[in-house]
Write a protein that binds this ligand. Structure first.
Ligand SMILES: *[C@@H]1O[C@H](CO)[C@@H](O)[C@H](O)[C@H]1NC(C)=O
Ligand SMILES: *[C@@H]1O[C@H](CO)[C@@H](O)[C@H](O)[C@H]1NC(C)=O
Ligand SMILES: *[C@@H]1O[C@H](CO)[C@@H](O)[C@H](O)[C@H]1NC(C)=O
Ligand SMILES: *[C@@H]1O[C@H](CO)[C@@H](O)[C@H](O)[C@H]1NC(C)=O
Length: 421
């Protein structure tokens, strides 16, 4: 398919609004000045290129690495599945329970097949999948497109068909495919064989590429995987989180239903950032249509961690079916530390995050023209952290004072024009 659906929709809105704004679009989209950020731009996205039917919205769930690293076992995975249910997180959409590195035995068996570590996963992965499925959740697994995984367990390079068949026989639902011990072979040669191997199992298995952004996967992974890491690993610091957000932003026009940019898993709840910083992390990840994969110990979360991860209105932004990645649209202040991030949502709405990355509080303002709206458009504004409608009829712009390292997150709903009413 040469043109894609959303491109057509967006072009149609722009075209029709130019021709007869009042009758066709509920509000008009103005021409952007050259060089300005176009929040609708998804021109590099190809709809559902890998056609496994998955990832219509970004994946949500949990992954073992950020908190537990190699200290994992089947008891932990089961208790995590239990906790996703008992905390209500599963009901909010966090359904993938993803095992990262260290589930494998150090060697393949005599037939060359992968086997689970006999001490920590003694009941086997199939039994674990059955347990997780019994809770209405899905099970994810991990390997590397190399001769070893990063923790030096057997990798799947040149074993793609065998390993995909093994995982499918265990009823696995998701693969995170890492980049260690890759023999210097280019990612574009190492990642597609696993796509084909997964496909040939006949089981729909979510394919999450993790080549750390080294070969700009947004440029080629749309027809390879359901998500692709755009950066090196995140760590539980403000510096890491903010720098990764900026790196991921570059690829906004390439994401969409079926294939998402992945700025790595969440650190919310791991203790290295404060409440407001974690709120910023979660808000920006949601706006960027990033995978929402919890990286803390969900068996033992603070009230604040639960509050952040359970914000239904923020999750709804991430899971909005329009599937256009929000992006950084304007900056002001020292080194551009007062930032406006925004993107379109279904229902002709916009999400706006006013993000203060400065060391002191500051006022941040979004003006309608940066969203492509006529400044006379009347807009109602809902605050997604206060869970309140804050303004009924703003025109031209909207600004608030934002604490240092905090953000405020809003949904903007432009009103129907007078001509249409
Ligand atoms: C395999 O790929 C074909 C062609 O893209 C697609 O139609 C089919 O749904 C895929 N099957 C699975 C299980 O991913
Ligand atoms: C399983 O892993 C968890 C988390 O690291 C640990 O607390 C627990 O002791 C382990 N259980 C067994 C049986 O090894
Ligand atoms: C965390 O990430 C930052 C920024 O990417 C990096 O400078 C730092 O070395 C990392 N820290 C650790 C402990 O890996
Ligand atoms: C629960 O988390 C707190 C920190 O929030 C920590 O001090 C405590 O040791 C944890 N408890 C368990 C059982 O892991």
């Amino acid at each position: 398919m040469a043109t894609n659906y959303w491109q057509v929709v967006v072009l149609a809105i722009v075209f029709l609004s130019t021709v007869s704004a009042a009758r066709v679009a509920p509000f008009s989209i103005i021409q952007k000045p050259d060089g300005a950020v176009n929040v609708f731009d998804n021109s590099k996205y190809g709809l559902l290129q890998i056609s496994n039917g998955l990832a219509l919205t970004p994946q949500m769930g949990w992954n073992s690495w950020n908190f537990f690293a190699c200290n994992i076992n089947e008891t932990l995975i089961k208790e995590t599945a239990d906790a996703l249910i008992s905390t209500g997180l599963a009901d909010l959409g966090y359904t993938y329970v993803n095992i990262d590195d260290c589930w494998e035995s150090l060697t393949r068996d005599l037939k060359g097949q992968l086997v689970p570590d006999s001490k920590t996963f003694s009941s086997g992965i199939k039994a674990l999948a059955d347990y997780v499925h019994g809770k209405g959740l899905k099970l994810g697994i991990y390997s590397s497109a190399g001769v070893f995984t990063c923790q030096v367990r057997p990798g799947s390079l040149f074993h793609e068909n065998d390993d995909a068949a093994t995982w499918a026989s265990w009823d696995v639902d998701y693969l995170k495919y890492d980049n260690c011990f890759n023999l210097g072979i280019k990612p574009i040669d190492r990642y597609p064989p696993m796509r084909d191997a997964l496909n040939s199992t006949g089981r729909a298995i979510f394919y999450s590429l993790c080549e750390w952004g080294v070969d700009d996967p947004a440029l080629w992974a749309g027809n390879v995987g359901n998500s692709w890491r755009t950066t090196d690993d995140i760590n539980d610091t403000w510096e890491s989180m903010t720098s990764i957000a900026d790196l991921n932003d570059k690829w906004a026009a390439y994401a969409g239903p079926g294939g998402w940019n992945d700025p790595d898993m969440l650190e919310v709840g791991n203790g290295g950032m404060n409440y407001l910083e974690y709120r910023s992390h979660f808000s920006i990840w949601a706006l960027m249509k990033a995978p929402l994969l919890i990286g803390c110990d969900v068996r033992n979360m603070t009230t604040e961690t639960v509050e952040i991860l359970s914000n239904k209105e923020v999750i709804a932004v991430n899971q909005d079916p329009l599937g256009i990645q929000g992006r950084k649209v304007t900056v002001s202040g020292t080194d551009g530390c007062l930032q406006v991030w925004a993107g379109p949502l279904t229902g002709n709405r916009f999400v706006v995050v006013l993000w203060n990355r400065c060391p002191e509080a500051g006022t941040i303002e979004v003006s309608w023209d940066t969203l492509g709206l006529e400044s006379s458009t009347s807009v109602s504004i809902r605050d997604l952290w206060k869970h309140e409608d804050v303004v009924a009829d703003a025109v031209a712009s909207f600004g608030v004072l934002v604490d240092s390292h905090s953000c405020e997150m809003f949904v903007l709903t432009p009103k129907l024009s007078r001509f249409q009413a």
